[in-house]
Ligand binder design. Structure first.
Ligand SMILES: Nc1ncnc2c1ncn2[C@@H]1O[C@H](COP(=O)(O)OP(=O)(O)OP(=O)(O)O)[C@@H](O)[C@H]1O
Length: 803
């Protein structure tokens, strides 16, 4: 129980102001019939004490009412830490400014190109945070450009404080040119370099900041490292998600691999084991179709296996390709399901048996003997399938003399040189040289915001899954590589690392930046916000927090504010398999917290395509949780006969040729989108001549791009070649995407979910580039896989099957 520490003062002893307050309180307590607990308790204790000391006398129970004056006990609290990224300011948009911009717009832009009410809402948003969403062709990019006009022309923001961030160099050039044209409408002349100062990629913006620090002034991003003089001067925006390596990068990476291999015994062992697993004949299930088909012949073939071995070995010896250094020659018999078959040799170092195959340079008509019913190459193939399904140990099947020579060389140099080989983690497309494969995986991890060196320890694999070795080797290798690159005269650092160094994980690093450099991001506008990586979001947040911190320390803070404006369409999220995420849009308020409510504008009018095409696009993505676009209404004026559904054809190169000729006659621009290298050949075979003619004539009437490169483009006629595929389920990808936080709603296979959605979204992006007509050729190259056209029901009124 609390007692007042000091006896209360007599009311009369208090100075006048306190006395008046106390009297007022007393009256208040009396009026309310309330009790002041501390005073009451004090009186009670004092009364008891007095009663025990003084003899009771008549009238002694008439206690003198004595009020005490105490202080409330208040628990100790710390001031809250401000988590808000923006000040409580709004843009100083007066009614006059709004009216002036609207008037100039009415005067400068054609009647049919005036912004809609939905667009004006975002253009004239006074909030520090503005989010513009909407389906393809609804004018999100145009809205961003108009907002840039507002900031500069009407609010006087200098152009070196505005950044429009776009995706790639190509998109940057196009957007910069559109911006120049739009500024001219508002009587502002932007030079080419002005517009390229405003329109940047996140990468080039970050790099300006990196180079502003003396320690990193000469730093080169790994992705832009070519070893030529132009490196620092022409620091490129990079080609995001194209992890092909140039000669200089490959050189440096190979050097590092060999150094690590020689100096680290553990790495060398893991690497050799991985190599052996890559050499090993891939296993097949016993019920794989080719095994089921070949096994009955294979069991019979056991009777002639010795003769088969002799014939093949004879060919190898004649070609002087056998014996091979490092391989112990000698037949060894094995029993598979009760039948005997022999191998040709053994590699002790790899604990691997060797079976000789049939080199393609030999005649296909060769047979074991003149009476044999089957050609030699077929018998070899049958035995190979049997071994794939039933051979219990590690076996290497040498399919060519060249392969054997390479193997001998690698075995000879094994003590000093890391063997080079091709590898793909399970579920990834096509094998790559190991260095390239490491680079692709490291780029994915960077984009997902995962530390490459710590990933292996957070994953798990089935006991015989060689991907475990791959990730273990990658972790060790990437650490060594980053250290080696950093020690070069001009330090080389991967973009992922640079973004992380300048992200909200390391906010102090940004404190070293000069104010004019960080101030370039005072007003950031991002186009294509659906495809940003975790590190880019972290970097942008850190930059905005740092600006806020600096603003708060200014002598006058009134009028100081930053803004962020995002435009995006989650149905166009097509780089998820490379590690991007649409979180900037879906978690906008959490990522960019502001006391001023955000302005959100959903654009619902499509200016690009007819309603059939808009609905066909919607048909593709409507079942995706990430595709919840509000239904879009086409406002495009369509000529008679133009409102056609997407036309679907089979493998019909002749039809493509006709379409191209017809488009050329009408002066239409064409965009041909391809799904893979096989489609490049298909298109070249069909219309290669027309494309070359177009280029020779200096025209750009026919453009050929991959589906992934279709974003932000539009054309009168769009031709889709091939069917985007959702690929194979992948254990390692699912784990990585889980680690990166993609398992929303308890999704246990988030990597597969991303790829499934991506196939459909790629088709959506392709269809939605259409101004007049869209044609889809199913070339059949992806048969049997989960492809976009098979993952949804294509509605007949929206897709017309002409196969
Ligand atoms: N208010 C408008 N009036 C007329 N045309 C418009 C309007 N807004 C945009 N457009 C035109 O519509 C087309 C699509 O605009 P824009 O590229 O800005 O859309 P988007 O939403 O960014 O498209 P995507 O998401 O497919 O890249 C462009 O040709 C643009 O000029």
């Amino acid at each position: 129980m609390n007692h007042p520490a000091e006896p209360p003062f007599d009311l009369d002893q208090l100075p006048t102001p306190q006395r008046l307050v106390a009297q007022a309180l007393i009256l208040g307590l009396d009026y309310l019939g309330a009790r002041h607990p501390a005073s009451w308790e004090h009186g009670r204790v004092a009364g008891l004490a007095a009663s025990s000391l003084e003899p009771s006398s008549p009238g002694a129970n008439k206690q003198a009412a004595k009020l005490t004056f105490g202080y409330p006990e208040v628990a100790h609290h710390r001031p809250a830490k401000e988590q808000v990224m923006f000040s409580a300011e709004r843009l100083a948009l007066t009614a006059e400014i709004r009216a002036a911009m609207r008037d100039d717009c009415a005067e400068g832009l054609p009647k049919g190109a005036q912004p809609t009410a939905e667009q004006w809402k975002a253009i004239l948003s006074g909030s520090p945070t503005t989010l513009v969403t909407g389906g393809a062709g609804t004018g999100k990019t145009k809205t961003l450009l108009m907002r840039c006009v507002l900031l500069h022309r009407y609010l006087g923001v200098p152009i070196n404080q505005i950044r429009i961030l776009t995706f790639s160099r190509e998109a940057r050039m196009e957007l910069a040119s559109d911006l120049r044209a739009l500024f001219a409408v508002f009587d502002v002349t932007l030079t080419s370099s002005d517009s390229l100062m405003i329109v940047k990629t996140a990468r080039s913006t970050l790099l300006e900041q990196v180079h502003a620090l003396p320690d990193l002034a000469r730093a080169i991003p790994l992705e832009a490292f070519s070893g030529t003089d132009g490196d620092v001067a022409s620091l490129p925006d990079g080609r995001p998600f194209e992890p092909g390596l140039n000669a200089r990068q490959r050189d440096e990476m190979t050097k590092c691999l060999n150094q690590l291999y020689r100096s680290n015994k553990v790495f060398a062992e893991i690497y050799q084991e991985l190599w052996a697993s890559a050499l090993r004949l891939p296993r097949l299930e016993v019920d794989a179709p080719e095994v089921v088909k070949r096994a009955p012949l294979g069991w019979k073939q056991s009777e002639v296996d010795t003769e088969l071995c002799d014939s093949v070995e004879g060919l190898w010896r004649k070609a002087k390709a056998w014996p091979v250094d490092g391989i112990t020659v000698g037949r060894r018999a094995f029993t598979l399901r009760g039948r005997t078959y022999s191998t040709h040799g053994y590699i002790p170092h790899l604990k691997a048996h060797v079976v000789l195959g049939f080199d393609r340079s030999e005649g296909r008509n060769l047979a074991r003997n003149p009476t044999a019913r089957m050609e030699l190459y077929k018998e070899v193939a049958i035995k190979k399938s049997l071994f794939q399904a039933y051979f219990p140990e590690c076996v290497i099947h040498l399919d060519s003399y060249e392969e054997a020579t390479d193997l001998a060389a690698a075995l000879k140099a094994l003590g000093t040189t890391a063997p080079s080989f091709r590898y793909a983690p399970k579920g990834d497309d096509g094998q790559q040289p190991i260095i390239d494969s490491f680079n692709i995986t490291a780029s994915l991890l960077d984009a997902l915001g995962l530390e490459v060196a710590s990933v292996a320890g957070r994953m798990n694999f089935l006991p015989d899954d060689t991907d475990a070795l791959y990730f273990e080797a990658l972790d060790m290798y990437w650490q060594a590589l980053e250290r080696q690159l950093l020690s070069l005269p001009s330090p080389v650092i991967p973009f992922g690392r640079l973004f992380t160094l300048f992200s909200d994980q390391h906010p102090d690093n940004l404190r070293h930046l000069p104010s004019d450099v960080i101030g370039q991001c005072r007003h950031v506008l991002i186009d294509g916000a659906e495809d940003q990586t975790v590190p880019v979001a972290g970097w942008l947040r850190a930059v905005l927090y740092e600006l806020r911190r600096r603003d708060a320390n200014q002598p006058v803070t009134a009028g100081l504010l930053s803004t962020v404006t995002l435009a995006g369409d989650i149905s166009q999220w097509i780089y998820g398999s490379f590690g991007t995420s649409p979180r900037m849009i879906t978690e906008f308020d959490e990522l960019f917290p502001s006391t001023v409510p955000a302005t959100r504008s959903v654009l619902t009018e499509c200016f690009r395509s007819s309603q059939q095409i808009v609905d066909a696009g919607h048909n593709l993505v409507r079942n995706l949780t990430t595709g919840a676009i509000r239904v879009t209404k086409s406002v495009r004026r369509v000529e008679a006969g133009e409102a056609l559904p997407v036309q679907m054809y089979g493998d019909d190169p002749g039809k493509l040729k006709l379409l191209c000729e017809e488009a050329a006659k009408r002066g239409f621009k064409m965009l041909i989108l391809i799904n893979g290298p096989q489609d490049t050949q298909w298109v070249d075979g069909a219309v290669g001549d027309l494309i070359r003619q177009d280029r020779a004539g200096g025209g750009r009437k026919i453009r050929v791009r991959s589906y992934h490169k279709a974003k932000a483009l539009e054309a009168d006629v769009v031709v889709m070649v091939g069917d985007p595929s959702a690929g194979q389920s992948s254990w390692h990808r699912n784990q990585l995407f889980k680690l990166a936080g993609f398992s929303s709603g308890g999704d246990s296979t988030p990597g597969d979910t991303v790829q499934h959605g991506e196939a459909l979204r790629l088709a959506y992006v392709a269809v939605s580039r259409t101004l007049v007509a869209c044609h889809w050729f199913m070339t059949g190259s992806e048969e049997g896989t989960r492809t976009a056209s098979a993952l949804v029901t294509l509605l007949p009124g929206l897709f017309e099957d002409r196969r």
